[in-house]
Design a protein around this ligand. Structure first.
Ligand code: ARG
Length: 578
């Protein structure tokens, strides 16, 4: 929240205290931007609920608050409308100087969080010996945006890639590799293929299946040759994920991997702890817990299996051990898991069990769930032959298509710049298309739409940014070092843009709170739209006088820096021209 917004809030609270007494000084003024400039710049809706609570007609209460309001230094006018809405219009000079403050601030008015937290963000979570597929994209991209926003607000973030690197499937993979006698420098070019071939052999060949099961035991017992094969598999996979992460420009690195295998020694003790707390029950030879609040259609409590009847542990056991580790040893204040919505029940049960065990008392746990990536036929995105689509191919195609869009738009760019812009726009478009959708919803993967220069797309936002940059180039003004003498606003397009830009801290804050990056996308889309409107309605380089030109350049610069910073928080880089 910037200073101006803080001022408005505190002045409203003081007015309430004058009217109702100091006991009401903490009242939430329920301040929001007006939907329609006709009703002023902001609306404070406190009178409705408060009037009811203290038994005064809301409209009369609103009038009294307005009467007691100290408007010095910020208020243009205040009026009461309807049942008791307080409509506030800022003074032009207050709005201009708030915009100038934001422009002079490298953080664009976004204050660091007053209570910094340690947040553990679990994302990516791909599986060894399987290629990273298009749905893994969602977790990686959403998780990366969440990490960037939290870090920008001053929180300490620990990234965790809960790599699927453990389990009985490794028995058959290792056995298969041994039969091939693949050397130590094995190139796992087709990781999916390896898994498929091993699985087929496992299903068809009894002797192989038996040897595979023995391999699982050998792996768990730490047999060196088996371990070496396992390491070989993990390393080849990590190299592959790392390459994709590098192309995507996400912050995740191999150092962030703490895979399922890392919790192997903690699984037994975790189940023991459940037993000691009296939460473990036997069900047909298996060890289960019944997390509070989970019942099936018949009202029967639902079980989460933590130990199979053969003594083996499961995905849930590993997640319990991991959650305990994060809460107690990493000392997390908040734990965030970015996976598809199909795992919602799993995480709900894990969280309930963690709470029942009192691990990391008071730790906030959230499942950042997301929907499915759909193909043009509105079914889960697959190739025509029904294969999953490879992420590397998706990125290649997006870059190639972006190259065509750019060549058409700006044939003058030289080859090297064109290639760099195509890369930025292509990758940015794939990411933005994902982030701009309300994450819980499925979305259709559509190259045409995501690469369109119109609408809520990366190319539109990037283009808006370059439009401002080209004004600076034409005017011979250095963009990076530009500092305005002051930002004055008068025209409605100027006011509209300045007001919106002052809302950047709230837009960023809402993502940190809800972990919904599309809120920031919607905000930036509005910034882009209002920037175009402003440029069209208010000549910048041809402004009537030097002071107006400088003020408008200031507003342009603030808009572009907000776009640049906002896109940066989404993991998307800008380009100076396209
Ligand atoms: N490897 C898992 C999967 O492919 C995702 C891991 C998510 N993180 C977690 N802590 N369970 O479904």
């Amino acid at each position: 929240m910037n200073d101006l917004h803080a001022t408005i809030r505190t002045r409203l609270q003081s007015a309430v205290a004058v009217v109702l007494g100091d006991g009401y000084a903490d009242t939430d003024p329920m301040l929001r931007p007006s939907a329609n400039p006709k009703f002023g710049d902001y609306q404070a809706n406190l009178a409705m609920a408060l009037g009811k609570a203290v038994g005064r007609p809301p409209r009369e209460l609103a009038e009294a608050v307005v009467g007691a309001l100290d408007g010095s230094g910020w208020l243009g006018s205040a009026a009461v409308a309807g049942p008791g809405f307080i409509n506030l219009t800022l003074a032009d000079d207050a709005l201009g100087s708030a915009a100038a403050d934001a422009l002079a601030d490298a953080r664009l008015g976004v204050a660091a969080a007053t209570a910094a937290e340690h947040v553990v963000v679990d994302y990516c979570g791909t599986n060894v010996a399987k290629e990273m597929l298009v749905w893994h994209l969602r977790s990686t991209i959403i998780g990366d945006a969440v990490v960037r926003v939290l870090e920008f607000l001053g929180h300490r973030v620990t990234r965790q890639n809960h790599l699927g690197d453990w389990g009985t499937q490794f028995g058959m993979l290792i056995e298969y590799l041994s039969d091939l006698d693949a050397g130590p420098d094995l190139e796992i070019g087709d990781l999916n293929g390896l898994y498929k071939r091993a699985k087929q052999r496992f299903d068809e060949d009894e002797d192989f299946a038996l040897r595979s099961r023995r391999r699982v035991v050998a792996l768990q017992a730490g047999d060196p040759a088996t371990r070496a094969r396992w390491t070989q598999l993990v390393e080849a996979s990590v190299e592959h994920f790392n390459e994709i992460c590098g192309r995507l420009g996400v912050k995740l690195t191999p150092a962030d991997i703490r895979g399922e295998s890392a919790y192997n020694d903690r699984l037994g003790p975790t189940v023991d702890a459940l037993a000691e707390a009296g939460l473990l029950q036997e069900s047909e030879g298996a060890g289960v817990v019944y997390p509070e609040g989970f019942v099936d259609q018949d009202g029967e409590p639902m079980a989460m299996i933590v130990r199979k009847s053969d003594g083996g542990y499961l995905y849930a056991t590993t997640d319990l051990a991991a959650a305990r580790f994060r809460a107690e040893e990493l000392g997390a204040d908040r734990m965030v898991y970015v996976t598809d919505a199909r795992q919602s029940q799993h995480f709900g049960m894990v969280f309930a069990t963690v709470r029942a065990m009192g691990w990391g008392a008071g730790v906030r746990m959230e499942h950042v769930a997301f929907g499915t990536v759909l193909g043009p036929d509105r079914r889960p995105y697959k190739t025509r032959s029904g294969e999953s689509i490879r992420l590397a191919d998706v990125l290649d195609e997006a870059i190639e298509r972006a190259g065509r869009v750019i060549a058409e738009k700006n044939p003058g760019l030289d080859a090297a710049e064109k290639a760099a812009v195509a890369e930025a726009v292509g990758i940015g478009s794939v990411k933005y298309a994902d982030l701009s959708n309300d994450r819980i919803k499925d979305y259709v993967f559509d190259y045409e739409r995501m690469l369109s220069l119109e609408g809520n797309t990366a190319p539109y936002l990037l283009y808006s940014y370059t439009r401002v940059r080209s004004i600076f180039r034409k005017g011979g003004v250095d963009f990076a070092s530009f500092a305005s003498d002051g930002v004055s606003v008068g025209e409605s397009a100027e006011r509209g843009l300045a007001l919106l830009l002052l809302g950047f801290p709230e837009a960023v804050g809402s993502v940190a709170e809800t972990l919904e990056p599309h809120r920031l996308c919607n905000y930036l889309y509005e910034v882009a739209t209002r920037t175009h409107r402003f440029i069209e309605q208010c000549p910048v380089l041809k402004a009537p006088d030097d002071a107006t030109r400088d003020a408008r350049l200031g507003l342009c610069a603030l808009a572009a820096r907000t776009l640049e910073r906002g896109l940066g928080l989404l993991g998307i880089g800008v380009v100076p021209r396209m």
